[in-house]
Design a protein around this ligand. Structure first.
Ligand code: HEC
Length: 176
């Protein structure tokens, strides 16, 4: 009986871990995004912060731009172009008022990160040979469930980043 209980606890615990990490692990089931064949990078949520931004209009989001160690090192050293292996992630959340905070401030002034919008996650991946045709960067976009956007969507990425070619196609500047 004791053994049964142990097995049951172990099974439940394992299921919990799998369910919790499924969208972000880059496991076998993780579907690669079209065009550049990029998968979600495991552990991206623990990467270092490069900067934050707010987009109004239809997007109406708050976003954080994070980098892996290679990207963050290049940013801090002011090194351009970014070296191969640099990866930059863009995460976003709905821009929502915080009643809780407003109550404390005594006025309507507080906005915070709300739920993940549909297109929560984007990556730019530097590989100057593999992605030579798109300025050395591969692009990928995933929804909040980890499903990649379609091919047409991925064909819009590089052309829109071309105006910032002088900074190696990267808009976001390091916030010290
Ligand atoms: C309409 C033009 C446009 C399109 C299309 C576009 N981007 Fe961007 N992207 C921007 C701008 C402007 C920024 C900086 C502002 C911001 O973060 O919202 C940015 C920021 C980023 C960043 C953070 C690094 C940086 O350059 O600042 C990533 C990663 C990114 N985009 C990936 C993608 C991917 C992947 C796609 C395609 C699925 C894509 N972008 C399509 C304009 C665009």
């Amino acid at each position: 009986m004791r053994k049964m209980t142990f097995l049951l606890v172990a099974a439940v615990a394992t299921a919990g871990v799998v369910a919790f990490t499924a969208p972000t692990t880059g496991s076998a089931e993780q579907e690669a995004a079209p065009v550049y064949r990029i998968k979600i990078f495991p552990g991206y949520r623990d990467w270092k912060l490069i900067s934050v931004a707010h987009e109004a209009g239809n997007l109406n989001d708050l976003r954080a731009v994070l980098g892996n160690d290679i990207a963050v090192k290049a940013y801090r050293e002011g090194k351009l172009p970014f070296p191969d292996g640099a990866v930059i992630a863009r995460l976003s959340w709905e821009y929502v008022p915080s009643e809780e905070n407003n109550k404390v401030f005594g006025r309507e002034q507080s906005f915070v990160a709300g739920p993940q919008p549909e297109w929560y996650l984007q990556f730019m991946v530097k590989d100057s040979r593999k992605y030579a045709a798109s300025g050395g960067w591969g692009y990928a976009q995933f929804d909040k469930n980890g499903k990649p956007a379609n091919e047409a969507k991925h064909n819009t990425c590089f052309p829109c980043h071309v105006p910032i070619k002088d900074r190696d196609y990267v808009f976001t500047q390091y916030a010290p």
